[in-house]
Design a protein around this ligand. Sequence first.
Ligand SMILES: [Ca+2]
Length: 538
Amino acid sequence: MVRLLRAAAPILGLALLGREVFAEASAEQDGGHEKEEENTTAPYEEPSTAGLHWAETFDGDVWSRWKHSLQEKYTGKFTLEKRAKEALLGDVGLLVPTEARHYGAAATFAPIQGKKEVPFVVQFEVRFQDGLQCGGSYIKLFDSSGAKADEFKDNTPYVIMFGPDRCGETDKVHFILRHKNPISGTWGEKHFKDAPRVPSDQTTHLYGLVIKPDNSFDILIDGEGKKTGNLLSSMEPAVNPPKVIDDPADSKPSDWVDEAKIDDPSASKPDDWDEDAPARLPDPAATMPAGWREDQQKKIPDPTAKQPDDWDPDEDGDWEAPVIENPACKVGCGKWEPPTIANPQYKGKWHAPRIDNPAYKGIWKPRQIDNPNYFVDEAPYLLPTISAVGIDIWTMQKGIIFDNIIVATDPQRAQQFGEDTWKVRHQLELKQIPPLPKDGGGDGLVGEAIEFVTRNIIPVGVTLLALAIGLAWFCLRDGSGVPPPPSEAERRRLRQEREEARKEQEGATAAPEQDGAAAAAAAEQEDEGGLGDLGKTD
Ligand SMILES: [Ca+2]
């Protein structure tokens, strides 16, 4: 463990420098190196949105389109901001400026509905500028039904919820479809069972959902397919309910017997069954080995030791010879006990044999009835009306920035839009990541560590702080030349020295009684817990 931590120390040091490395690299780019500046940024140009049903690039009069929810719980207010570290200069997005708040905002657009043989696409980009340990960054598509955008609430019925969510054990790009049961009229949330994980770095990522006319769907991250599913088979619970269900009116009869086995009532404990017989017995065949000395102790005072000439019983107490192993005990000393063997008479507690229960009726199951709400929707890809997008999130990290949200019916066009916007930004962001150190910078592992740290400054920082504290504790406790435990003789010497020092101090300063008592108490404590403990550990 110590070795591992020590080996990690150089990386630890480099890692702690990571923030500065990143800051310096940024400063260089912002400062004199104009050539580099040209390579890592580009002026923002509003992308073409032709061919998309709806697109939001957060240009122009955004607040005429987007409204904060009027619901009280949304104390967080989105702002329009450039990225903290820009790639496309002047490009703004919708920012979460403060952590630990609820955010709610929505924008409406021309209604769109599922059409036969027509795919449906929703796509947007998000950057976790300060990382994302706990929070959502998903969007909801819903039917505003003519309501204003500021009426959007946390319980506004949505059609699709899509995007990253991470907290505790949750780490997924959600895809939830709300689907209406045409018989019962109720809506149910259908979750994609195999949702992909959320990328964990701090660059911008593009999230896309494409629902196709064969009911299959793709979840794309950064334009690449991450997971594929089918609305008819990959959702939990299933879009289409089961044909038969348990009869809710049926209940288990009170006299139902579902115990398959019982103790044989005709069996009884045999007379010769001794439940008290011990499991093991002393081996009757064993005999005391030759040379075993029952009359001798295992440890004895060293008969060759002598009281030192300078030993003063008044000062040092009664002299005692050190204790040694008794040389007479080569075979063994003290009372001899024979080894034990398994008792052939041992039977343990008697149990009646188990037999089939003649009254057993089987495991009770409720009667199956036709599901009154049964239906088959063979084309759930035909989505109901969608006319608004809402963001309803809570997050422990600020700095989340949304941009380039689109709704489309042409996956290729959506892909192209992603290339015109996200891809351009992504390539610049990659160049902004500090380069790996070349010669002299050490091995590739160190370089990778620096890159990892600069991409994940906050989580790594927290981890390293914990590591550093642990390392310091370990070094103080175990490393740094802590002496081996003192021998018996050393202990005596130390005790004597300490006692002398105490007396000297008492005499010289004529210390108050309380101090003397405290020193004696400290000495006593050290006797019991201090040196003794050192001797015990390791
Ligand atoms: Ca933008």
